[in-house]
Ligand binder design. Sequence first.
Ligand SMILES: NC(=O)c1ccc[n+]([C@@H]2O[C@H](COP(=O)([O-])OP(=O)(O)OC[C@H]3O[C@@H](n4cnc5c(N)ncnc54)[C@H](OP(=O)(O)O)[C@@H]3O)[C@@H](O)[C@H]2O)c1
Length: 261
Amino acid sequence: MNILVTGATGVLGRSVLNELRSRDIQAQGFGRSDQADLQGDLLNRDSLGGTIQGFNVVVHCATALAAHEDKQMTANLIHALQAEQDAGRLQNLVYVSISGVDQVTAFPYYSAKLHSERLIEGSGLPHTILRATQFFDLADYLLKQLRFGSLQLASPHLRMQPVAPQAVGVRLADLALLPAAGRVLDIAGPERLSLSDMARIAARSSRRRYLLHLPLPIPALRKGRLIPARCESVGCTYREWLAAHGTGPSHYSRKYPLRRV
Ligand SMILES: NC(=O)c1ccc[n+]([C@@H]2O[C@H](COP(=O)([O-])OP(=O)(O)OC[C@H]3O[C@@H](n4cnc5c(N)ncnc54)[C@H](OP(=O)(O)O)[C@@H]3O)[C@@H](O)[C@H]2O)c1
């Protein structure tokens, strides 16, 4: 089996690659930078045919915050994989989406993820779709963006069931080795937490003494829409993740430097 992982330099793609390689499975990472095994731009359809060739399984973890780019990347990947499908090589296109994308349509990025799910479902390609909840790294990044000196903003209304991306990587590696299964059960972490809960846990683990919780009105996220009704619960708790990963700058702060924190 020959596996390609897109988004291989990202948080999740890196975890999937590490997991596959730890099982001695041949897998190559695809991305734009020279850190990837295979270089290419998913927004450039014409360049993909020569690169994305000869793979039985593709785990699609590449993403762009701009919704139109995210949709285009999936469309281009599907286009490139049609040739693999016609040649009888493709066994599974594994796609990772987000829990609640069909509930939170006010966010263009979430609509793009839902659109990508539908593109894949309608493509005729053998596929598996796994929806995951927010990664600890992302919640951590959000908290850092909401920290101003000794002031931490956080909302008790923003509720989620965050998960360690490493655990999602393990699940995706499992799925990559199984026959295409369509949409499978969502994956989430072991605890349901609000952003305020996470701020408190982070403050305790770094011995900070300040917290201010603001009930940020985010109607689109009311009623716990990011929390899956049914899911497989995996991985460590946020407290354990913080202890293991420290409080250094996250991948997302380097990638999306809204504020230097
Ligand atoms: N973060 C979360 O909390 C979360 C939760 C649930 C599901 N997910 C889903 O998990 C997936 C991975 O998310 P992530 O947080 O790991 O993403 P990430 O860290 O932001 O990584 C994105 C990856 O996409 C690649 N990429 C971007 N534009 C590209 C292009 N034009 N051509 C080729 N590669 C491109 C980037 O590579 P280069 O920039 O190096 O080219 C990078 O490797 C996404 O589908 C996301 O929706 C994320």
